[in-house]
Design a protein around this ligand. Sequence first.
Ligand SMILES: NC(=O)c1ccc[n+]([C@@H]2O[C@H](COP(=O)([O-])OP(=O)(O)OC[C@H]3O[C@@H](n4cnc5c(N)ncnc54)[C@H](OP(=O)(O)O)[C@@H]3O)[C@@H](O)[C@H]2O)c1
Length: 273
Amino acid sequence: MTTPPEFLYGTAWKEDRTPALTELALRAGFRGIDTANQRRHYFEAGVGQGLAAAYRAGIVTREDLFLQTKFTYQEGQDHRLPYDPSADLATQVSQSMASSLEHLGTDHVDSYVLHGPASYHRWTDDDAEVWAAMVRERNAGRTRVLGVSNVSLAHLQQMTHSGAEAPHFVQNRCFAQLGWDRDVRAFCREHKIVYQGFSLLTANRPVLSHSLITGIAARQRAMPAQVIFRFALAVGMLPLTGTSNREHMSQDLASREVVLSADEVRAIERLAG
Ligand SMILES: NC(=O)c1ccc[n+]([C@@H]2O[C@H](COP(=O)([O-])OP(=O)(O)OC[C@H]3O[C@@H](n4cnc5c(N)ncnc54)[C@H](OP(=O)(O)O)[C@@H]3O)[C@@H](O)[C@H]2O)c1
């Protein structure tokens, strides 16, 4: 799929349920899947099993899908590494990518994301080396586009000032308390980067019970979670949901139908930060 769908289904923390939940998400209507070659939090081979089952059942074809996975530094992994830890970083990227393609049963992904920079504070030489290797993977056709995750505004500024190619996606945990990641979203808008928001519900529990949200939900006969996802879409985010519940899958996709006025969007944006 060349253009990403409006919603991504996240596959973290599902362990043995990963194949069945991936297939269920596709049956429910998701066409974008987010995973990572990080066995500690994701079972990427299980995502591949779920995809294969969906292909066999005739629910979707590979061409219908937007598949996104990630390269994760050794510091973010446990002992189940998808690369040789003694190899240089560029080799680790190509080994991780080859392993992802095998797990997912495809010859290319749609988006390849650096799971997080090496340092919390700055864009390092290691990041530059990994990013250059990811660009080579993209140029070789193994991913359509590239992204970075868990980045601050400083990371993005340093990355682009270094002359590195800008990412197509930024994927961040989106805290309402930080104006829904206002600074990073503004940078993304300016540089035509698509912002992917995760933990929209789990990082913002008090917002879900705020009277502004519950009031809109009641008027729209919607769930508060749907109002949050609709808000995310309205401000240009590509939201992720990692629900394990069939009904919530449908609800999350149906959030596109919730109607929000421009005033309501502005009020939610200012709600907590
Ligand atoms: N780049 C990174 O470092 C990073 C980090 C974290 C996550 N992610 C990605 O983002 C994905 C999503 O993670 P997340 O943190 O946003 O979500 P999550 O941890 O998967 O949790 C979503 C939560 O929201 C609930 N939920 C979803 N829809 C709901 C609804 N309509 N009504 C009520 N509750 C609802 C779910 O409960 P039910 O299961 O009961 O519905 C679940 O408790 C992950 O799977 C992963 O792919 C990336």
